[in-house]
Design a protein around this ligand. Structure first.
Ligand SMILES: Cc1cc2nc3c(=O)[nH]c(=O)nc-3n(C[C@H](O)[C@H](O)[C@H](O)COP(=O)(O)O)c2cc1C
Length: 203
């Protein structure tokens, strides 16, 4: 069983990375294989200079970068963690680029990999948004976009927690830390339940 954590922040060692590390640490302790995917470590481009090649059977998206690799990791994962900040009320542009490029990659990577639902259907997915503003909107967007995923979500609001979020170190607050740990437990329960149902070890 494998869980991939997408860290959507543009900085290293911030709240999102710490949250993903904490969740993966808990899952790793239960024998789950884990992988951290920091979007800043990958070459990611949005749709650009496009002639809708991806809509035509005989053509492919001309962009060569790491986005197909990221989709392949997501497709193969049994569960996903998305740790994201709000950047001006939405997910960072790197995440949005990964989503919009799905259109061109779904036909490209494998034939059965045709739409977002093929990647997310039934997949336990923990989304944790950190922000003052925009967190709830991000959660709503992801619930609508990751079609068919079993989403468990949490919004950690800096105002509510009483600290300026840009400083990082959110998990030093016991209440933030325990909420993240609780979410990790819920994800583990959901993963265990979905594995019992499918018995499938190699998606
Ligand atoms: C470009 C940029 C835009 C941001 N916009 C918002 C925002 O709209 N709302 C908010 O609550 N925080 C905003 N922030 C603050 C981040 O959400 C906060 O610093 C968060 O902790 C970043 O995640 P990290 O700690 O993993 O780097 C913004 C930060 C950056 C760098």
């Amino acid at each position: 069983m494998k869980v991939v954590a997408l860290v959507c922040s543009a900085r290293r060692g911030g709240n999102c990375e710490e949250i993903a590390e904490r969740v993966l640490g808990i899952l790793g302790g239960r024998g789950v294989e884990t992988e951290m995917v920091r979007l800043i470590d990958y070459d990611i481009h949005p749709c650009n200079r496009c002639d809708y090649q991806c809509f035509r059977e005989e053509e492919v998206c001309p962009i060569e970068d790491d986005v197909p690799l990221i989709w392949e990791k997501l497709r193969r994962a049994d569960g996903v963690v998305i740790a994201t900040p709000s950047y001006y009320g939405f997910l960072p542009a790197t995440f949005k680029a990964v989503i919009e490029r799905a259109q061109g990659i779904l036909n490209w990577v494998t034939v059965e990999f045709r739409d977002l639902e093929a990647v997310w259907r039934g997949k336990p997915t923990l989304v944790i948004a950190v922000s003052d503003g925009g967190g709830e909107f991000i959660l709503q967007y992801l619930r609508e976009t990751l079609k068919g995923a079993h989403i468990i979500s949490e919004h950690l609001s800096y105002t509510e927690l009483g600290i300026p979020g840009y400083l990082g170190g959110l998990l030093r607050l016991p209440q933030a830390s325990s909420r993240v740990e609780e979410m990790a437990e819920k994800l583990y329960e959901r993963l265990s339940a979905s594995k019992d149902l499918s018995g499938d070890d190699d998606p």
